[in-house]
Design a binder for this molecule. Structure first.
Ligand code: PLP
Length: 503
């Protein structure tokens, strides 16, 4: 039976981090596991098919084992993942990074950022210095002074939402949570966890909040503070400069009823964005003042895209907190995120804990000390110009995919300046699984992340076209009508086809 030794596997003399960083994943695997033969038949599942769960059990050292060694199992697993990377189209994870090898030696240490990032630790094995550097970067991006903000590196967007909504509830304990039905499921999970009353707001066909429904529900609950989840879509950015002056005017005239907002910047499925300015206007019209609402911005995916197009997230506006997922647009091997709020709000959550000699104001206790270093490294290595290039490439590729699908007569929708291409749900389950697509009702989506190449998109399109031919050629089945989901003008079903072609 093989045995994994960190000392051996991360032998720096044989494999410097930098050289490994320059090495393709498959070669890195060979260097990590030199004793396992690189035979094709060792790969149990080819990249062509979806990965099947392995039937694994924990082995006992020294006991006879007839199965493959630990190393062989891991090599097979690595090979499978390496191949499946080319079929990772449906979920918002950037799998294109090379810092994993440079930073691999850090795995020798247990790094734990338990407690407040800004306070000194009694233990040395933390990365709070890196964490604060990352937080400062985001604070600057979102226009809040160093001495005015508080934040931490979370385990992901969900934790940021849980934290943001908790902050809002602590500030406005009677608040009702308002969130659009296209908000991420973690928003309503927070409402259940905190036993908060919530209102689900309808959305328009592109996934953006229906402001007239919001208005109606705000008026119905006028006597209670409100917490609103706003999803801010990138395509509305262009409108912001137009709204800016009326927005400033609005702030100065807000009325005195309490309200709490939860704002989503880029909905999970359609990539739409709720317009914070329209929401503020609605609040004003409904008689809610600034001291009676809390806005949490869920910018899980788009939070690192918007600044490079038009920075719409700013603490100069009356927002309470912003969260992003670090593993999404930026990319990180482990789930992570960033949560930034106003320093004046965090005291409502903070408790002194003698045992950790720190202040507890985070959702989790022990916190991953590796992720702040990965974020810090990524931001520093890419820089603003690198990020901007990623954004542009993704937007171009999303448009390319949408145009090609449209040419093939396939129902498709792409919000302006979004990287989420929504298309009709492919009928063949194997195809959906093979391309790791996420599906809702009769829709599927492709999220054109930085690691996705034109070649991958071309392969996807030609397979989809083939698959549709097989499914629909005998006329027994028809492509689904998705007019209600993505708009009649984007639907290529037999009924809406004429409009589709002429548009
Ligand atoms: C808008 C939005 N919010 C929150 C989340 C949750 O983020 P995470 O998966 O990092 O917990 C997602 C995930 O896709 C999302 O799209």
């Amino acid at each position: 039976m093989g045995c994994l030794s960190l000392e051996m596997d991360f032998e720096l003399s044989a494999m410097t981090p930098r050289s490994l960083a320059m090495t393709p994943r498959s070669l890195a695997r060979q260097r990590l596991f030199p004793n396992v033969e690189n035979k094709k038949q060792k790969v149990e599942q080819s990249g062509a098919g979806p990965r099947k769960n392995l039937q694994l059990e924990v082995m006992e050292p020294g006991l006879k084992n007839d199965g493959p060694s630990l190393d062989t199992i891991l090599v097979n697993y690595l090979d499978t993942l390496t191949q499946r990377v080319n079929f990772h189209l449906g979920y918002p994870v950037n799998i294109c990074y090379d810092h994993y090898a440079t930073l691999a030696p850090l795995l020798q240490f247990h790094l734990n950022n338990c407690g407040d990032p800004f306070l000194q630790n009694t233990v040395d094995f933390h990365s709070k210095d890196f964490e604060v550097a990352v937080l400062d970067w985001f604070a600057q991006l979102w226009e809040i002074e160093k001495d005015q903000y508080w934040g931490y590196v979370t385990n992901g967007g969900t934790e940021g939402n849980l934290h943001g909504i908790l902050l809002g509830r602590e500030l406005l304990p009677e608040g009702i949570l308002y969130a659009s039905k296209d908000s991420h499921y973690s928003v309503f999970k927070a409402a259940r966890m905190y036993r908060m009353d919530s209102e689900t707001i309808n959305t328009s066909v592109n996934g953006e909040m229906d402001y007239s429904d919001l208005r109606a529900k705000l008026l119905q609950n006028k006597n209670r503070p409100a917490i609103i989840n706003v999803t801010i879509g990138i395509y509305l950015l262009q409108l912001l400069s137009f709204f800016f002056f009326s927005f400033m005017d609005l702030i100065s005239h807000l009325t005195t009823s309490p309200l709490m907002f939860f704002l989503t910047i880029g909905t999970t499925f359609k990539g739409a964005i709720d317009d914070v300015d329209v929401i503020l206007e609605t609040l004003k019209d409904c008689g809610y003042s600034q001291d009676r609402f809390y806005i949490h911005c869920d910018a899980a995916l788009c939070g690192l895209m918007t600044p490079f197009i038009n920075n719409m997230i700013s603490f100069k506006k009356p927002i309470g907190s912003v969260t992003i997922s670090g593993h999404k647009f930026l990319g990180c091997p482990m789930p992570c995120g960033v949560q930034i709020t106003r320093k004046s709000y965090i005291n409502n959550l903070s408790t002194n804990v003698e045992y950790i000699a720190s202040v507890d104001a985070t959702i989790s206790g022990s916190r991953n000390g590796l992720t702040p270093i990965f974020l810090w490294y990524s931001l520093s290595a890419k820089g603003q110009i690198g990020m901007q290039k990623d954004v542009k490439r993704c937007l171009d590729n999303a448009k390319y995919l949408k145009d090609r699908l449209q040419k093939e007569g396939i129902s498709v929708m792409l919000n302006e300046l979004s990287i989420i291409v929504v298309l009709e749900r492919p009928r063949d389950h194997e195809f959906v699984r093979r391309w790791q697509l996420s599906c809702v009702k009769d829709m599927a989506h492709v999220i054109v992340m930085p690691g996705i190449t034109r070649e991958m998109l071309d392969n996807f399109i030609s397979e989809l076209v083939q698959q549709r031919k097989q499914c629909y050629q005998d006329g027994k089945a028809e492509a689904p009508c998705v007019a209600d989901d993505i708009g009649a003008q984007n639907c290529a079903c037999s009924y809406h086809k004429i409009d589709y072609i002429s548009s």
